[in-house]
Design a protein around this ligand. Structure first.
Ligand code: SAH
Ligand code: SF4
Length: 414
């Protein structure tokens, strides 16, 4: 990507020459960074300073970290780097949504989507290059699995987006852009658990991105054992991709259901909420014409969930792609489906379509690399007033929804 302005720290970090054997500090949580610093004979407070330079100020150049002792800066050089991911492309939608494609090497690329709204700005992050689950309606699933992203590659997405946008918008020091994160890009986050958890910790860390745990959502197709571990290790908001009200249909749409059928999945959802009874699970349900969208399916869903799990439903209009052979349910069908859920007492929202003109849907970008940086002026015009009104509210997809009220939500990645 090339931007007309002078390269910023966030933009230039990936251009640095890699140093063999140097540790990329972007990928360490605070404890990891403290251990690394201890190995250099440095105290924990030095690690905190370094961590804040990296994640709060977006700095990659050790020489610019002015309050670090010169001796530490010298030790870091050659042993460590702060290295971002190269941006393969950027696309900006007329609604303010921005999608970046990051090059993760070996011919793989992953996407990250920024979705500004009146009351929040959500970043949708990828966890894997491709995905092994292979859901029928998902273009990432159709691409197959390439590899897990490292913690550094997961964090490089928020690092770049936050600091690049701050500079691009000319925000004063300390003013944050991203208010919510959803792990709803490419990949199944709970199949990359060991890289995911330290990344979540950095997002939540007050010295890092300082997001509350309700503003960070992990979305899963239902990796049951890892749901239990996430509750223990880092209980952020959980979205579960349901998509079907019975095992027969879910086996077909989400093949992981054959391993972890609905009874186990719903048990894991209920247990996830045990430690935090005020929380709820967001059930995602992709509306597929003639497949899972009938009145009967909605009634089955009510019978399946009622009394079992505190939840809300987020109905997602299917974003079609040629190989799927599937179509999106007509709008009236989606609304009728939502009404049945609402009349049964559930909160059910219909996800607003965002970034339509740039295909900002799961797995839709990788493969079609484009450069549309000339839309920058328009983008700033659209985005600046939105961000100016950004304020603290409820988490992505949990937009203060009231029971029995049909409303649109785009808090989660479309
Ligand atoms: N693997 C995780 C997170 C990434 S997918 C999961 O499945 O939950 C994020 C969301 O996008 C999921 O709810 C998924 O079902 C949905 N999705 C995937 N492909 C889609 C498409 N073509 N149209 C609409 N939603 C889609
Ligand atoms: Fe993987 Fe999620 Fe796509 Fe299913 S919907 S293939 S789990 S990324």
């Amino acid at each position: 990507m090339s931007t007309p302005e002078a390269p910023s720290t966030a933009d230039s970090a990936h251009a640095r020459l890699p140093t063999p054997d140097a540790v990329n500090l972007i990928g360490l949580d605070l404890d990891g960074l403290a251990s690394f610093c201890a190995g250099l004979g440095e105290k924990r407070f030095r690690a905190v300073q370094l961590f804040r330079w990296i994640h709060q100020k977006g700095e990659h150049d050790f020489d610019s970290m002015t309050d670090l002792a010169r001796s530490l800066r010298e030790k870091l050089k050659g042993r460590a780097v702060v290295q971002a991911l190269p941006v393969a492309s950027e696309q900006a939608s007329r609604d303010g949504t921005i999608k970046w494609l990051f090059d993760v090497g070996g011919g793989d690329a992953v996407e990250t989507v920024f979705i500004p709204e009146d009351d929040r700005a959500t970043l949708c992050i990828s966890s894997q290059a491709g995905c092994a689950v292979g859901c029928r309606f998902c273009s990432t699933g159709h691409q197959g699995f390439s590899r897990n992203l490292s913690t550094g590659e997961i964090l490089a997405q928020i690092w770049y987006a936050e600091h690049h946008l701050r500079r691009r918008l000319g925000l004063p020091a300390g003013q944050r852009v991203i208010s919510n994160v959803v792990m709803m890009g490419m990949g199944e986050p709970l199949q990359n658990y060991s890289a995911l958890v330290p990344a979540l910790r950095v997002m939540l860390d007050d010295h890092g991105y300082g997001l509350s745990r309700r503003r960070v959502t992990v979305s899963t197709s239902g990796v049951v054992p890892m749901m239990g571990r996430l509750q223990q290790d880092c209980p952020v908001a959980l979205a579960v991709s349901l998509h079907a009200p019975n095992d027969g249909l879910r086996d077909d749409l989400v093949p992981l259901n054959r391993k972890y059928p609905l009874v186990e999945l719903l048990g894991a959802c209920a247990s996830y909420l045990d430690a935090a009874p005020r929380d709820f699970i967001t059930f995602e349900y992709c509306m597929l014409d003639g497949v899972n969208d009938s009145d009967d399916h909605a009634k089955q869903l009510v019978a399946l969930i009622r009394g079992r799990v505190a939840c809300k439903f987020n109905l997602i209009p299917f974003n079609p792609f040629p190989q799927s052979g599937l179509k999106c349910s007509p709008r009236e069908r989606v609304e009728a489906f939502a009404r049945i859920l609402q009349e049964a007492g559930f909160v059910a929202t219909i996800r607003k379509t965002r970034g339509d003109d740039i295909d900002a849907a799961c797995g839709q970008l990788a493969g079609e690399v484009q450069d549309r940086t000339r839309v920058k002026e328009r983008w700033v015009r659209i985005l600046s007033p939105r961000l100016a009104t950004q304020r603290e509210t409820t988490p992505a997809g949990h937009a203060g929804a009231q029971p029995n009220v049909l409303q649109e939500s785009s808090g989660e990645h479309q």
